[in-house]
Ligand binder design. Sequence first.
Ligand code: F6R
Length: 589
Amino acid sequence: MCGIIGYIGGGDAAEIILGGLKRLEYRGYDSAGAAFLADGKLQVMKKQGRVEKLSPLLKGVDARVGIGHTRWATHGVPSDINAHPHRAGGFAVVHNGIIENYAELKAELILGGAKFLSDTDSEVVAHLLQKNYNGDLVFALRETVKVLKGSYALMAICEGENRIAVARHKSPLIIGYGADGNFCASDEPALAGLCNTITILEDGDIAEITSGGVKIFDKFFKPVSRLKEPNLAVSASLGLDGCPHYMLKELRETPLSVEATARAFGGVKDSLRKELDGIERIILTGCGTAYHAALIGKRYIECFARIPAECETAGEFRYKNPVINNKTAVIAVSQSGETADTVEAARLALSLGAKVIAVTNSHRSELTRLATVVVPVAAGPEICVAATKSYTGQIAALYLTAAVLAGESVYSECAEKIEKIPALLTRTLEDLDMRSLAHICASSSGVYFLGRDLDYAVALEGSLKLKEISYVPGEGYPSGELKHGTLALIDVNTTSVVIITDEGLAGKSENAVEQVLSRGGKVAVITNIAEVEERFSGKLPVTYLPKCDKLLSPLLSAVAVQMLAYKAAAVLGREIDKPRNLAKSVTVE
Ligand code: F6R
């Protein structure tokens, strides 16, 4: 998944494309590139690494038409050659998505004499455009997409034509209408500050963009008009508020995220109750951190509403021929609302007759457009690739969703309980000192997060966060599973972080602590139970959290494991906000 932007008009195309690419870096930062038409001639510049490395190459470009790309590598290593745009003769193309049948198309094109330079799937599109061209770029693009399988948002330019041709299938693409020209982009943030009105293209659409206007064709190549909407993306760049990284800033915004999410929930509770009336089964889905929030949501639903609930990662759910009918609700959890697997899981659920509830921080995304009801997560913009405040916001939203399903009195009780959490989170953030444990984890060969029930769900998230930003290997395990395999990995170089917030299960998790200690492994405990603290204090590093309602304790322990990951990554000098190989928004499978 990559970020793409195009511009045609009276302005400085190089400056506009560069600005857009900077705003799009959250979609990938393996390489950046741009193509321009200057005096009718195609110029292509590209460079491995961040957008800032592309910037010097664009100096002196004097063009009114351009397309740009920031890459998250899927096919071919990050390199100058594999960077987009890809070129064939006078044609240049940028692509977000995956061309699944690229190998066979490439073989055919090579037989026809095409010379490929890159290892990417996308380069076939440039060669196909060249092959299909009969003097009309839009026609060539139409012929090209007919043979493509997979997902794509494409932008193409060619020598001799003063326009941009675009097409979309399963990957988002929008058009922006500016005062001095028109734009296209993979999402709204790319166009922040550039235009006030946008159109979100539909699957199968192809469009021609000139400085004077936009023509859109549907999948049958019939001219169509699509809705024009206000561009909601804000151009103000978000400051760090004195923090060295966005991750720390965003972690500190967790109390606000929970508070605002709980407040926003009031606006949706009645429609949610209405849509979920009569539902007999609920499936929660999402990817990565969002999936970990869904695991907690499942527990809430079963605990409050006693409706059978299951949880499946979206990438698995899609391909398992799920048993779904109109008595099923699928809750799709996603910060961005654009994650390809989650969006496709939602689409599949709808096609099988289920209601889809989107729990998302992005209030105008592919997922929100599809959903039967949107439960807002009001975390605000999250810049750091690693999710923090959006995860806690998702947990809060799922807690209230489950409470609504259980009826008004449970809901009122839960709404009151969650109101107390922001203050406890503020206290937690003020008191947390993870520095020495972070040093221990940073020098460990493996870090294992253990817990039972809800603590296990948080253990999974703690492990993901630590791996993601510090690159220290490890796993999250249910404490009870330790002795069934993982214990073999424990030695003096490993650290186990045991989360214990459930009084009823504390004794069981304490066993896990003893088992690791007796095999020589280092152990640390995160707890809010005084007896557990007393038992281990002075013998092991113990992080003591404020006491809160048992079901809401993941909100506090999540902040503890996120802070631990942050500090460990800082000890190791990692690039915390942009970890290697990752991107914030994962719009490909
Ligand atoms: C990890 C992280 C990812 C995302 C996942 C889903 O810190 O951020 O695991 O949670 O890529 O993204 P969304 O929530 O946008 O669907």
